[in-house]
Write a new protein. Structure first.
Length: 287
């Protein structure tokens, strides 16, 4: 539910030009094994460390470029911008800084594209934008993406990377959990598939809402997936939890996710899933 007091609008950019993939990638050092990686190698490996296999965060436009057919992606809802609904001091400045850092209006990019010629509505979150936190705009864009899939009978693919609900928007951010979950339930009711790809990290209110409602839930290797942090949980339960219990490998073992797929194989996996579900629903508006 959008509202004039928590979502603003900028002039819509009608340009069909897709941002140059990997333009922001530079030489880096892997935070896991401290291996130094040249930009060219990092791009070649899709930002996966060639030494230890750690899957580094990706800019949404870079990830989209690795998933969809070239020239097929059309972005929508990019005009939505966050306001300051509960007048938190400094929030506008943080938003301005985040927009400059991530090159985005907010923490998710949504649009429609094709993978091997088959359409999917796509939403890709950005951890670089305020930790991928879900506020009013993120919730609205994800909901619109899901409802577009419902309307047109097109499978929806959501790629998550988030620290949870955006605390600067208070109850408005928490509302997005119910809103996105309700939209996902509609997809389930009409038989349009929802594919979720969990990337490092996916936590908090995103994990507790739409990220766990997919028909097929995929995770990248060694992705951190959870609600609260390990120390918080251990402090509450007063017991020691297994090492790595929030990593994707442990969660696959316990049945929390369906599969772990390396980044280099995700496009191929999505192509197979889209082909499998090709004869799905024609959309709820046609009913």
């Amino acid at each position: 539910m959008s509202s004039e007091f928590n979502i603003g609008r900028k002039n819509k950019n009608n340009s069909s030009d897709f941002p140059n993939p990997f333009a922001r990638v530079t030489d880096t050092t892997c935070r896991e094994c401290h291996h130094k990686i040249k930009r060219e190698k990092l791009v070649e490996e899709l930002q996966v460390c060639p030494e230890c296999g750690f899957h580094m965060p990706m800019h949404p436009y870079d990830r989209i470029a690795t998933l969809v057919d070239e020239g097929s992606f059309t972005e929508f809802s990019q005009e939505l911008t966050s306001l300051n609904p509960i007048s938190i001091n400094g929030y506008e400045e943080k938003l301005t800084q985040a927009r400059g850092k991530a090159g985005l209006n907010d923490a998710v990019v949504t649009g429609i594209g094709t993978i091997d010629g088959r359409q999917t509505v796509l939403g890709v979150m950005s951890f670089q934008f305020m930790g991928g936190s879900m506020g009013s705009v993120v919730g609205e864009k994800i909901t619109r993406a899901i409802l577009k899939g419902a309307d047109e009978g097109i499978p929806v693919t959501l790629v998550t990377a988030s620290g949870g609900a955006r605390m600067q928007e208070g109850i408005f951010s928490l509302m997005q959990m119910a809103k996105t979950s309700n939209a996902a339930a509609l997809l389930d009711d009409i038989g349009v598939p929802l594919f979720i790809i969990l990337t490092h990290p996916t936590t908090g209110g995103v994990t507790a809402s739409f990220a766990m409602l997919g028909d097929v839930t995929i995770a990248e290797p060694r992705a951190l997936i959870g609600f609260a942090g390990q120390r918080v949980i251990e402090g509450t339960l007063k017991e020691k939890l297994p090492d790595g219990f929030q990593k994707s490998e442990f969660q696959l073992e316990k049945g929390f996710i369906d599969m772990i797929v390396p980044r280099t194989e995700i496009r191929k996996t999505l192509s197979f899933l889209l082909k499998t579900h090709e004869s799905g629903s024609k959309g709820w508006m046609s009913r």
